[in-house]
Design a protein around this ligand. Structure first.
Ligand SMILES: [Zn+2]
Length: 475
């Protein structure tokens, strides 16, 4: 790649180090690395006779590509938990993941980490992207979440168990956890994902379990992250040395102080909650789910503002992969949400979406800023994200995506496609009683005009409603 030069000139450069934007600046790339950045950078730095490509970024912002530390490529834009876990065939799920990776990259997301997914699909997609036969962001992957019977991802009754296609794997004893870590590492994961309690109202793993699992993963050269919504499990995860924390919705001042002092990044992953709260009505999310998520956001905002004041490091993560968080649609919305719900400044949000994700890619100090020697993952944006962070949300503003020093060519027509979902087998969305049909107070349904509201016609199974209506965050 040496001798292969690319000059992105005349743009406003935000290098994501925290330094102010530089107008009329250029970024010079050699091979897949940044050679130099600045207002005095130009063609004169390229040895005579060596090939040079140029991109004119006049009137545009040049910044590092976004990194999404919480992106589930195997979820396939699912509308229900059953679809994620029970309707998964490894073959179709893998092919969909490959197709969806293209969409994520088109949104200006040049790096992702998958904290849990079905089978070893994440490992396969990661390698296929690296070997350039699948187009997508650079990637790190966990295997299935390790959970207990009291954790997220053991959704179903014991009579069903945790199916083979599940995003989780059940390990109720320390030897079982250790065994699973060893298998996952052998099969090529970059990180281990632990699944503590769904809503953070209790700690599912014991302190000793967390410590032993973390020690083994680290000994084998791997990172760990944990789904931890409550204070107890965040505190325990920090004591165990877990490398970054997902969520942290409810945390005491003491745990926040520990989180800040440890420099362990927090990936709040607000997008899933905010999309359901704000836009769930548009896509049939049940009112119970929307209310539960709105309450969670309220509680989370209070916690995250305290965390921001204490100096906690924030990183962009979105839980993309659900039908309410489709691939390539909303990744950059998380930056706006971090400003709203945690109080980050535009520059802090931009760093949360770039340099702070380098750790989750296993590339700390090598990616996420525009500085000499860094990997050349760059986006060219119409608009100024520091003036309005929302410009990053509209893909039409992401004019050029440069990955590994090369401008990416997208198949825009293919990108507009969405797959049909594989829904749970639902017979109705309400009970067809005698009174509903003939009752004095109940109107008789005729034609398409059913007597229940659009809210009740939720396209989700009843178990989700029950689960979410009991979702009360601890104070
Ligand atoms: Zn997730």
């Amino acid at each position: 790649m040496a001798g292969n030069w690319l000059l992105v000139e005349n743009g406003t450069v935000i290098d994501a180090t925290g330094a102010p934007a530089q107008a009329g600046a250029a970024v010079l790339v050699q091979g897949n690395r940044i050679h130099s950045v600045g207002t005095d950078v130009g063609e004169h730095l390229v040895p005579r006779g060596e090939p040079l490509a140029r991109i004119d970024a006049t009137g545009r912002t040049v910044m590092p590509g976004l990194i999404d530390a919480h992106c589930h490529m195997t979820y396939g834009e699912s509308r229900s938990e059953e679809e994620i876990d029970l309707y998964t065939s490894p073959e179709s799920r893998t092919l969909k993941a490959a197709f969806h990776a293209h969409k994520v990259l088109r949104a200006g997301v040049t790096g992702i980490s998958q904290p849990g997914g079905s089978y070893y699909i994440g490992v396969g997609i990661r390698d296929a992207i690296r070997d350039e036969f699948v187009l997508g962001p650079r990637m790190t992957a966990a295997g299935r979440y390790i959970t207990t019977s009291n954790g997220l991802t053991d959704w179903f009754p014991d009579s069903v168990g945790v199916p083979e296609g599940s995003i989780g794997v059940l390990a109720n004893t320390l030897p079982a956890m250790i065994n699973e870590v060893r298998h996952q590492v052998k099969n090529g994961v970059d990180l281990i994902k632990l699944a503590d309690s769904p809503y953070g109202d209790y700690q599912a793993f014991t302190n000793d379990e967390l410590k032993a699992v973390a020690d083994l993963a680290h000994q084998l050269g791997k990172s760990l992250t944990i789904h931890a919504r409550g204070s107890a499990e965040v505190g325990a995860a920090l004591d165990a040395g877990i490398d970054w924390i997902m969520h942290g919705n409810a945390m005491t001042d003491e745990v926040i102080a520990k989180l800040a002092a440890s420099r362990t990044p927090l990936v709040p992953t607000l997008l899933l909650l905010a999309n359901i709260t704000d836009y769930g009505k548009l896509v049939g999310a049940p009112v119970e789910l929307r209310d539960g998520m709105a309450r969670s956001l309220e509680c989370t905002a209070e916690t995250l503002h305290r965390a921001h004041d204490a100096g906690v490091i924030f990183t962009l993560g979105t839980d993309s992969g659900f039908a309410v968080t489709p691939y390539g649609e909303w990744h950059a919305r998380e930056l706006e949400l971090l400003m709203t719900y945690a109080g980050l400044s535009p520059m802090e949000a931009l760093q949360a979406g770039t340099v702070n994700g380098a750790k989750m890619l296993g590339l700390e100090g090598q990616i996420g800023t525009l500085e000499p020697g860094m990997i050349a993952d760059i986006i060219i944006v119409d608009g100024d994200p520091l003036a309005d962070i929302r410009v990053l949300q509209d893909k039409r503003n992401i004019v050029t995506v440069i990955k590994d020093g090369k401008p990416v060519v997208f198949d825009e027509e293919a990108l507009s496609r969405h797959w049909p979902h594989e829904r749970a087998i639902t017979y109705s969305t309400a009970d067809l009683t005698y009174d509903l049909v003939y009752g004095i107070d109940s109107p008789v349904p005729t034609g398409d005009g059913a007597p229940w509201s659009a809210d009740d016609q939720a396209d989700l199974v009843a178990t989700v409603k029950t689960r979410e209506s009991s979702a009360v965050m601890p104070d």
